[in-house]
Design a protein around this ligand. Structure first.
Ligand SMILES: C[S@@+](CC[C@H](N)C(=O)[O-])C[C@H]1O[C@@H](n2cnc3c(N)ncnc32)[C@H](O)[C@@H]1O
Length: 162
């Protein structure tokens, strides 16, 4: 297959300067604010986004080198297949976070519940629509044991830092 070239559409700014002790998911980042600086040439694409309370961001884990197909994820002590977890050190290093959209001012999108490092390159923005994005009757495999962990414990460490 041919390589795919992806051009970032903007940069995500957050207060997270280091992976140590930062949230591992938006749900554990309540109240933590950031903003997206969209490249001006994509601004027209923001039309009609303001009515949405949440947006899903696709981005590149830019502070990761290489990947591993089996890793010990955050909050775990056992090796898991990379496609069975959300760890950052993965092929293509693509992250996905649904965050709160607070406001839009020109090419700046103010967001909350950020779980990515400052300076993360943004690949895409999609509106969060519960009818399409929520699921019922799900099973959660090995993560079953983590489902009652208090949100404040969902923090990363330096295990994937190169
Ligand atoms: C477990 S991943 C989950 C991210 C996203 N919600 C997902 O499911 O794809 C979040 C962790 O990746 C690491 N991380 C976040 N942004 C990063 C970046 N730009 N480069 C490298 N690592 C990053 C931090 O340790 C953070 O706690």
């Amino acid at each position: 297959m041919e390589p795919i070239i992806i051009n970032p559409i903007g940069i995500i700014h957050t207060p997270h300067m280091d992976v140590k002790n930062m949230p591992i998911q938006p749900i554990a980042a309540e109240g933590i604010k950031g903003y997206i600086e969209l490249l001006p040439e994509y601004m027209e694409g923001l039309k009609d986004l303001e009515g949405f309370s949440h947006i899903t961001l696709l981005y590149r884990f830019h502070n990761i080198n290489g990947y591993e197909l089996v890793v010990i994820p955050f909050m775990d002590t056992e090796k898991r297949g990379i496609f069975a977890c959300k760890a950052p050190k993965r092929p293509n290093a693509i992250g996905m976070s649904t965050v709160k959209l607070i406001s839009i001012e020109g090419n700046i999108l103010h967001i909350e519940q950020v779980d990515m490092l400052d300076g993360t390159p943004l690949i895409d923005i999609k509106p969060f629509y519960p009818r399409y994005d929520n699921r019922e009757n799900v099973t959660i495999g090995w993560l079953e044991k983590n489902k009652d962990l208090p949100l404040e414990r969902l923090r990363s460490d330096e295990r994937f830092k190169d």
